[in-house]
Write a protein that binds this ligand. Sequence first.
Ligand SMILES: C[S@@+](CC[C@H](N)C(=O)[O-])C[C@H]1O[C@@H](n2cnc3c(N)ncnc32)[C@H](O)[C@@H]1O
Length: 306
Amino acid sequence: MADQDNHKDEVLSGHIPVLTEPLLEWIQLPTDGIMVDATLGHGGHSKLFGRQLGPEGELLGLDVDQNSIQRAQSIVSDLKCKVTLVRENFEALDTVLKRQGIDKVDFILADLGFCSAQLEDADLGLSFQKPMPLDMRLDKRLTTTAADLVNKLGQTELADVIYKYGEDRASRRIARFIVEQRGQKKIVTTTELATVVCRALKQPSRPGRIHPATRTFQALRIAVNHELDSLQRLLDVAPKWLKPGGFIAVISFHSLEDRLVKNSFRQHKSDRLYEILTKKPITAERKEIQQNPRSRSAKLRIARRL
Ligand SMILES: C[S@@+](CC[C@H](N)C(=O)[O-])C[C@H]1O[C@@H](n2cnc3c(N)ncnc32)[C@H](O)[C@@H]1O
């Protein structure tokens, strides 16, 4: 029955939560527990763990994207526990928990990045598959878009962003092509940018292959949303809010994020704040990857507060 319910929720939301089996193997919540889902998304993980909570438990869900909150609302609406969903960046965890009058929590989960529906959302401009305005702000309250960076940064700064956040060794060449192109006409759509990157790399996009612009798009998204700074702030404050025995689980999708998580857990371990439960990150089994290709690059690390 639980499986059927899960399936119904996934069909409803169009998003399959990743690595649910290992998460459930490692983490059980008391019925009066408090969970912070720092990246609510479609509410898939919230629902999964929210089911463990009784009426005396609480789920606090955060997301920067108002549409994600709306999508998740119906998914978590039949949970027995108290549910509070707020449009906040998880970097503001301190402020949010204080405002909610929460003292300590049993579980903090962050499933980083973006959901499938956000990739399709033309307003967000994350996909190079269709022409979309080159925006990339998950939080529309931010003021700088990807188009601003692409059209206004100096060539060296642009190359640095693509190198630092996209780890693309061809960053200088890509930046040069972008600057040449924008000298003729501003780059305003995702597909225009993707075309310039393909030209710079002398690689066409081929079905079934990783798109040549993937790293450039990742870099711009990270820069626009300050993703690594936000993650670092969350990782820094988490121990302060976890009850002894409480869990933090972070699912990351690229090496820059995973490195921050690994280093933070190690630091907190050496400060005797954490026990690291996953010596190596947990990755998806072949079966999960077949059912949900998004899980292919997911890496899960879990620590327990001492
Ligand atoms: C991969 S999805 C989460 C999916 C979710 N675990 C589920 O099962 O449905 C990531 C979500 O986190 C949100 N997000 C990304 N960075 C954030 C941040 N710094 N603070 C709050 N939400 C963030 C995105 O808007 C997106 O909705």
